[in-house]
Design a protein around this ligand. Sequence first.
Ligand SMILES: Nc1nc2c(c(=O)[nH]1)N[C@H]1C(S)=C(S)[C@@H](COP(=O)(O)O)O[C@H]1N2
Ligand SMILES: [Mo]
Length: 198
Amino acid sequence: MTVSRGFLGHHDPRAVDLPPGQHLTRGFPVLTAGPTQTVATEDWSFTITPESGAPTRWTWDEMMALPSEDVTVDIHCVTRWTKLGTKWRGVPLDAFFEDVETYYEYAMVHSYGGYTTNLPLEDLLDGKAWVAYEHDGDPLHVEHGGPARLLVPHLYFWKSAKWVNGITMQRFDEPGFWEGFGYHNYGDPWREERHAGD
Ligand SMILES: Nc1nc2c(c(=O)[nH]1)N[C@H]1C(S)=C(S)[C@@H](COP(=O)(O)O)O[C@H]1N2
Ligand SMILES: [Mo]
């Protein structure tokens, strides 16, 4: 008999493999610094700018022509809630980067509205990150970053930029929005990297 982690989570939190300092939530809290962004899919685009300066841009329809995946992942917010077994559909970042040549190791992720977050490129590749446009079988709600957000479930959820619209490749790492306010530069929930110096 197999028992999913999600099932156990509703009955015996101690049986669930939770990162340190986290507790389970069954809801889906909304956390946004600043106003919710409203972007129609006709106006949406996703742009990767490598060191050549020549951007590669995908419209909504062009993104939809890339191979999508259904993923079920646990998400961990630095405010200490963890939600198990969240279901998403999205395009893996690997599919976008197939069309991009870069030797730079750092990515700065940009959102509509100006939110940014930084992470090493390797944390976006090899099936570790998606541009997600469905949650639980529905189009992603605007307050959760719809029409599309970054999903990087192995890092604290502030790295999963809502209303994502692009990535700039960088030779040197630089802090994004929360990282500049003292959040940890990398944000591994299993090592409890909440704040700079953790
Ligand atoms: N564009 C944008 N993306 C963002 C944020 C934000 O304020 N703006 N907040 C981050 C934080 S701190 C968290 S915990 C998650 C929250 O996502 P949710 O509102 O879907 O739960 O989005 C992240 N992505
Ligand atoms: Mo957060």
